[in-house]
Design a protein around this ligand. Structure first.
Ligand code: F6R
Length: 605
């Protein structure tokens, strides 16, 4: 949801800002802009992708060494040059980029209008620039005071990077509930929404917390709290190397990230399993007392939750309730005090998931985050965090983070099952051993199936609809297959519990309709096969994904995956589904990594 970059240093800002924005485009790509200060602040904006902005400034000699940049995912106001950031206050005193939403912006508009302010855009960000300007002029106490007063006055979420006309050597940053990091190198200081934007220049970063302000000069950053008191922060080192944020010869990040899945599965497994024992940062006693589990997440992370729900409940016999975060947060559930709320999130910033976490905490219920981005808000606010080691995921459609979230869910289920006395030591060891094979089995699928699925995909590039069906865990993974297809290919698709089709949806099946059947679960596969037969006899074209030992003779196209325990098939079945979505999108000539209307990190409700 919008990407921000800021730079103040010795080098020309323009190249650093454009490079940083290109690495943040996954956060939004309907317009982009930057402001560079040489003698005065100059602002450039363009609708559409970053290349349009590059085109616009081509040939301009922008010498300034301080500036801010933004790539937008529209919330208030259509994607247009006028609504693109940076936004400027009425007389040009404040220039600002913003990620987030100002919820009471209408109220602020009325207030400012009564003081003679006028607005040129439809954005809440322009209002924010003017609120800062208003306090700056009213109290005349400088940038920090104006920003602090604004933070107290506005509601919503924001990460902002601000330049003041009167302070040519300073860049100001503040945040609440939207991500922001500050990087530091010999060449200058950087502000960014995410690590990849500045990894080329530095690995040394500070994490700025909620309701804090930072002032970046050319060689130093100073942090302040809301009272204006200076605060000290610890410098952290990012361990990733730059190649994880590059395409490395692949055509798209999505296929690169699919091809990284075997490695990140192993890495994540190895970070929790030592000498065949699962080690988590939660005490055994605490886990043993859990009476109810709630898993809350959005999108694909929710689908991990659905898989985890089936698995954890079956293994541990503890009741698991899986909820979509945007529903959970307004359901006003009275949570079980002996419960555990698990939030699954790649970014660790998803607004609804974060709100669900806070709701659980406000009820005094323990929370656990399964999170990929280190030091993200969910990771910091959850009582416990289990990190997935997927590394940076750039493609908007998640693939490798999804796979690592599954691994953590399996390990959590196995660990809790042993603590609850629901599995023997022998079963525990054998389940862990099986999880340890999933990386290699994933690699096998990638090596064996990629070419075939690429060919198959070109045949389905023009289908109008697709249905994904399965039962139990196969239904859970159908949800993910279907989401993956629709988000990157724009083909309408639905996932259905196979037994539910005939209660309505089967009326959509006609000659040639594509139905993808996931058939991995020993105890119920025959029932799914009957359901597949029902659609086949109504003309559907059937693709099946099943282990070698489950044969579906009437399937039009059979995809076989290696055998594993019934609990872990989601990890193997999802790989061909991801490949299918990717190659269908490529065949349709779409922008796979940046599908229309989407953004990677959804920091608004
Ligand atoms: C789909 C996808 C989204 C995310 C969802 C949650 O490919 O990536 O559905 O899974 O927006 O995001 P996180 O995991 O960052 O909370």
């Amino acid at each position: 949801m919008c990407g921000i970059v800021g730079y103040n240093g010795k080098e020309k800002a323009v190249n650093i800002l454009l490079d940083g924005l290109s690495r943040l485009e996954y956060r939004g790509y309907d317009s982009a802009g930057l402001a560079i200060r040489d003698k005065k602040i100059e602002v450039f904006k363009a609708k559409g992708k970053l290349d349009n902005l590059r085109e616009k400034i081509k040939g301009k000699r922008l010498k300034g060494t301080i500036g801010i940049g933004h790539t937008r995912w529209a919330t208030h106001g259509e994607p247009s040059e006028n609504n693109a950031h940076p936004h400027i206050s009425n007389d040009g005193c404040v220039t600002l980029v913003h990620n987030g939403i100002i919820e009471n912006y209408r109220e602020m508009v009325l207030k400012l209008e009564s003081h003679g302010y006028k607005f040129y855009s439809e954005t809440d960000t322009e209002v924010l620039a003017n609120v800062i300007d208003y306090y700056y002029k009213k109290y005349k106490n400088g940038p920090m005071d104006a920003i602090n007063r604004t933070m107290v006055r506005v509601r919503g979420s924001y990460a902002i990077c601000v330049m003041f006309e009167d302070y040519p050597d300073e860049l100001w940053v503040a945040r609440k509930d939207s991500p922001m990091i500050i990087g530091i190198s010999d060449d200058g200081l950087y502000a960014a929404s995410d690590v990849p934007a500045i990894l080329k220049y530095t690995r040394n970063v500070y994490y700025i917390d909620n309701m804090e302000v930072a002032c970046l000069t050319k060689n130093k950053v100073t942090f302040y709290n809301l009272n204006g008191d200076e605060i000290k922060k610890e410098l952290k080192e990012i361990k990733w190397n730059l190649s994880v944020a590059e395409k490395n010869g692949y055509e798209h990040f999505m296929i690169k990230e699919i091809n990284e899945e075997d490695e990140v599965i192993k890495k994540t497994f190895n970070s929790f399993v030592h000498n065949n024992k699962i080690e988590f940062p939660i005490s055994d006693d605490e886990l043993k007392n859990i009476k109810q589990i709630y898993i809350v997440a959005c999108g694909s992370a929710y689908h991990v939750g659905v898989c985890a729900g089936y698995i954890i409940e079956d293994l541990t016999k503890v009741s698991v309730r899986v909820d979509i975060a945007s529903e959970f947060r307004y359901r006003h559930l009275e949570l079980d005090k002996d419960g555990l709320v698990i939030i699954v999130s790649q970014s660790g910033e998803t607004a609804d998931s974060l709100a669900a976490l806070r709701e659980a905490k406000s009820q005094g219920v323990k929370t656990l985050g399964i999170v990929n981005v280190v030091s993200s808000t969910i990771a910091r606010e959850a009582d416990y965090v289990l990190y997935t080691l997927a590394g940076p995921e750039i493609s908007v459609a998640t693939t490798k983070a999804f796979s690592t979230q599954l691994i953590v869910s399996y390990l959590f289920g196995i660990h809790l099952a042993l603590l609850k006395g629901k599995i023997t030591n022998k079963e525990y060891t054998s389940l862990i051993k099986e999880v340890s094979t999933l990386g290699d089995k994933t690699k096998k699928i990638l090596d064996k199936l990629t070419n075939d699925i690429q060919k198959l995909s070109s045949e389905f590039a023009n289908v109008k609809d697709a249905f994904y069906i399965g039962r139990g865990l196969d239904y859970a993974i159908s949800l993910e297959g279907s989401l993956k297809l629709k988000e990157v290919s724009y083909i309408h698709s639905e996932a259905y519990a196979a037994g539910e089709l005939k209660h309505g949806t089967i009326s959509l099946i006609e000659d040639g309709t594509l139905v993808i059947g996931i058939v991995t679960q020993d105890d119920i596969y025959e029932k799914t096969i009957s359901n597949l037969m029902e659609v086949k006899s109504r003309g559907a074209y059937i693709i099946t994904i099943s282990p070698e030992n489950i044969d579906i003779p009437f399937s039009d196209y059979k995809i076989h995956i290696p055998n594993t325990s019934k609990y872990f098939y989601p990890s193997l079945a999802v790989i061909p589904l991801q490949l299918l979505s990717y190659y269908i999108s490529v065949s349709r000539g779409l922008d796979v990594d940046k599908p229309r209307n989407l953004a990677k990190s959804v920091t608004v409700e």
